[in-house]
Design a binder for this molecule. Structure first.
Ligand code: FES
Length: 164
């Protein structure tokens, strides 16, 4: 962006030129802010949790539920979101479905690929167009029509393991 000295009496910068440049600059900033806000609307990263421990390029993901950031998974019905990883670039929703079982779902909305947030009241609601998915990944309401991708997940003691 061109920078002008704010001296409108300067011969090299008439009042008209100055005002034209101001209008152009405001337009660029406004459009830029709009584009950024649209990107943000499609990615709810308000509380992403990174998978913890033992994760490598191609291997399974492990999550230690004894860590405070994963403590929601100590309770049946609890869930967390994890950030993008080697199995799913969008990240995953991890759900404690019973005392002995867990499930893992992609956070990739099947409508147009926005990132899904954690469950609230048993549903994950897409921030882009409002599709809702249940804890099994099934569509509760559209516009999405396809269920979420699921991953194999198991729990052994405090360690959850997710594989492709
Ligand atoms: S991208 Fe999720 S509802 Fe459209």
């Amino acid at each position: 962006m061109k920078t002008k000295i704010l001296n409108i009496e300067n011969d090299n910068c008439s009042r008209r030129e100055f005002l034209k440049d101001v209008v152009k600059s405001v337009g660029v900033v406004t459009v830029g802010s709009f584009v950024i806000s649209q990107f943000n609307a499609c990615s709810d990263e308000s509380n992403p949790t990174s998978p913890s421990g033992g994760n490598n390029q191609n291997g399974p993901i492990t999550i230690d539920i004894s860590l405070s950031e994963n403590s929601a998974l100590t309770n049946v019905g609890g869930s967390i979101v994890i950030s993008g990883n080697n199995l799913d670039g969008k990240g995953m929703l991890i759900i404690r479905s019973s005392e002995t079982t867990v499930s893992a779902l992609s956070r990739n909305c099947t409508h147009q690929g926005c990132t899904l947030p954690n469950f609230q009241g048993g549903a994950s609601r897409c921030p882009c167009h409002g599709s809702r998915f249940d804890t099994a990944g099934k569509v509760l309401n559209g516009p999405a029509t396809d269920p979420l991708k699921t991953y194999s997940a198991s729990i052994d003691g405090n360690i959850i393991t997710v594989t492709g």
